[in-house]
Design a protein around this ligand. Sequence first.
Ligand code: GAL
Length: 420
Amino acid sequence: MNAIHRLAAVISLASLLPLSALAADTGTVEVLHWWTSGGEAKAVETLKQQVEKDGFNWKDNAVAGGGGAAAMTVLKTRAISGNPPAAAQIKGPDIQEWGALGLLTNLDDVATANQWDALLPKKVAQIMKYDGHYVAVPVNIHRVNWLWINPEVFAKAGAKVPTTLDELFDAADKLKAAGFVPLAHGGQPWQDSTVFEDLALSILGPKGFKAAFVDLDEATLTGDKMVEVFKTLQKLGTYMDANRAGRDWNIAAAEVINGKAGMQVMGDWAKSEWTAAGKVAGKDYQCVPFPGTQGSFAYNIDSLAMFKLKEPNDIKAQNDLAKVALEPQFQSVFNQNKGSLPVRQDMDMSQFDACTQKSAVDFKEAEQGDGLQPSMAHNMATTLAVQGAIFDVVTNFLNDPKADPANAVKQLNSAIKSAK
Ligand code: GAL
C-alpha cells in the first residue's frame, strides 16, 4: 500500500465512525489572558500542559500589556463580532457586566461535581457567580500591597527596611544618595494607580479605602486625607526614574533583581519574575507589606470567565479547563510560579516560599476585620469605567510634577461622577 492508498484507507475508515467518536478528546479551549512576562508565561504553561494531558487542545491567546487593558479591548472586539474565546481573564465586578450581556456560560455542573462552594472562600465564590450561577473559575489570590526589596542594594546604601511612610522616604533618600534608583517603576496608568492605591490604603486605612473606591463616597474622595495621598504620591514620584514612561512592570522588577534599583511597589505577580530568575524569597529578596498597610490585604483574584460555546467537544474542553483550575496539583504549581496564593483553602502551604506563606497568614488576619479590601487598580473594586476615570486623573497628576494635590481630588471626584 503506498502513502496515497494508506491515506484513502484512513479517510474511508474515518467516514464510518460516528462524528462524536472521531472528534472525541479533540475539543479546543481558547484562553485569552495577559500573562506574558517570563515568570507568568511559565505559570500559564502549567495550565496548558494539564489541559493537553487531559486530551484537549489549548489555543493560547496572550495579549501583552500588564493590568490587561489591551486584553480587554481585544476581548470586546471578539465578543462584538460574535466570536468570543472559550475563556478569558475577567475579574471582579466586570464578571457581572459580562454576565448581564448574556454571553457567559453556566458552570454549575463542574462546580457541583468538584465542590467549589466548599473549596472557595464565600467572598470569592460570590464574585464568580452571576445570578446565583458559576460563570467563572478563580485561579489565585494576589496581594497588591507589597514592597519588593533588594537587600544587597539596601545594605550598600545603608538603608533600613521601611515599615512606615516616613521610613520609606528615609530609605529612598539613602538609596538615591548611594546612586541607585530608589523606586523602580513603569509609567503606565495601571502601575501608577497600583502605587496610588497602596498609598491610599496606608493613609486612609482599609475602611477609608473602601469608602473611596468601593462606595465612591464623595466626602472621602475629596477629603484632606485624599489630598495627602496625592501629595505623598507626588513626593514618591521624585524617587522614580524620570525615563519610566511606558516601561513594563517586569522590566521595572528586573531593575530591582539586577541591583540597579532598590525597591518596587507591586503586587505579588512581581515574585514570578524573582522566581523565574532563580532568586529565593527571604534571602535574595524581601517582601514586606507596603509601609503603613500591615494588617491589610488588597486582594486581586485572577479568574477565567467562560463564554457560551456551540461545539460539544469544545464545551468538554472548556469544562476540563474549569475543573483543572481548582485541582490541588495545578493550584500548587501554578501559584508557585505566579507568585500568588492558592485560592483553594485546603492547600499545604509548606511547599510555598516565605512571601506566599506570609501572604496566607496576612490574608487570614485581614479577613477577620476590615483589612481585606478589593484592589481598585486591578479591577476588583469598581466597574472598569470608574477605574478608567481614576487611572486618568492619577496618571496625569503623576506626570506633572507641578500638579496641585487639592485640585487632583476635585478632578478625581468629578471624573468618577461622570463615569458612574
Ligand atoms: C493583574 C493581574 C495579574 C498580573 C498583573 C500584571 O491585573 O491580575 O495576574 O498579570 O495584572 O499584568
